[in-house]
Ligand binder design. Sequence first.
Ligand SMILES: Cc1cc2nc3c(=O)[nH]c(=O)nc-3n(C[C@H](O)[C@H](O)[C@H](O)COP(=O)(O)O)c2cc1C
Length: 171
Amino acid sequence: MPNLEIVYRDLTATPLSHLTGSHLAAAQGAEPAAELREDLALSQGVLDEFLAADIVVLGAPMYNFTVPSQLKAWIDRIVVAGKTFSYGAQGAKGLAGNKRVIVAMSRGGFYGADTPSALGEHLETYLRWVFGFVGVANPEFISADGIQAGPGQREKALATALQAVTDLRAA
Ligand SMILES: Cc1cc2nc3c(=O)[nH]c(=O)nc-3n(C[C@H](O)[C@H](O)[C@H](O)COP(=O)(O)O)c2cc1C
């Protein structure tokens, strides 16, 4: 797709801070202190960027069984009541379903349903839930698994994942 406009956000090079009590107070109408205002503007920018995107591609290595905390900090900025979900009589409703989400994961071990570690898988299950919660019904996942299980497995995992990238539907 030659006319795609791509916005790249590196959550490691420019990490978002974790939410604090002051963020939550500001969200409920408290006047933010000067030093918080800049961060709230950044938050708004991150949310606007997510809402405007037709396709969101995430890189998500598994750290201690789930997302890295940098990615969690980003999720905390985009899962916002009234913006990406709302609560009503029927429970929660996603408001940001008009986009495609593709997640590229890597995991040191194996977490398939038939493995002893299956219960420790909180990366794909978590992200599937988060994006479903904001209305993205079918986020797509590609995974390189067993990255720490020796060089042979690493090569195999990367080759399989790259093939899965090639096989993604174009639009
Ligand atoms: C801090 C840290 C925690 C990790 N925790 C897990 C884990 O819980 N389960 C797992 O399978 N692999 C784990 N790994 C391995 C990574 O998921 C794997 O090596 C991944 O490919 C790292 O990607 P990166 O080099 O982009 O950070 C961990 C790696 C690091 C650095």
